[in-house]
Design a protein around this ligand. Sequence first.
Ligand code: IPE
Ligand code: IPE
Ligand code: MG
Length: 253
Amino acid sequence: MSIKFPFFKKRKKKRNISLDRDNMPRHVAIIMDGNGRWAQQRGLPRVAGHKEGMKVVKDTVKTAVKHNIKILTLYTFSTENWRRPKSEVDYILRLPKEFLHTYLPELMENNVRIETIGDFNGLPKHTKEAVQYAKDQTKNNNGLLLNFALNYGSRLEIINAIKQINQDINQAKLSIEALDETLFSNYLYTNNLLDPDLLIRTSGEQRLSNFLLWQLAYTEFWFTDVLWPDFKEEVFNDALHEYQQRKRRYGGI
Ligand code: IPE
Ligand code: IPE
Ligand code: MG
């Protein structure tokens, strides 16, 4: 039974959920969506949402480190995002440099290694240079793998894999009979990464938007209406908590 005190201002109840440290997803992938709407709701230009979202990336990385998650893959810019106005695209593609300039020392302290998936060569020079620098600086770290999906599109990834496989067959480096799921996976950007255990998408949209179509075959999905710039630690913990209640069967019983 709950007693209501209408004269008191409703306090935000602090959620206290307990997480099982032995049942953490090893790989979490996030579609960080809703930056534009977050800004629009405040009468701000869309890019203000991207800027705020960048800070949330930092906090989310910290939480992932705290929970000993092994891989965090963040959908940062899709191959379809080039359809946006040039000014917005330019702004988004400057953020990695700003992010790394601000947070690289902290990422180093936390033993974070930075990697990317996607068409790296299709990125502007300044983005490539900043990201490559961070990859080089962090390459010997063995804590969290922070994997940015940058200029990433899953269909393009699969097509490129097929082209490369065809080339290897023509050059007698591979026989078609040897091709199986594991070998095929090695031709994807994700190469030897384990598949995501948990996929989170913010902002209420329930679609994949060309993200990791192959790799998400047996991933648990978790959607929230929360917009990316509001994705606080408690929300992340809610997702982890729900993940821990799921029963993964992989087609078995
Ligand atoms: C996600 O936020 C960030 C990127 C796609 C780069 P959006 O910019 O898509 O925000 P909404 O969906 O328009 O609110
Ligand atoms: C997906 O979000 C891409 C990223 C978060 C980088 P979008 O906002 O681009 O997806 P759609 O257009 O709503 O499907
Ligand atoms: Mg969006």
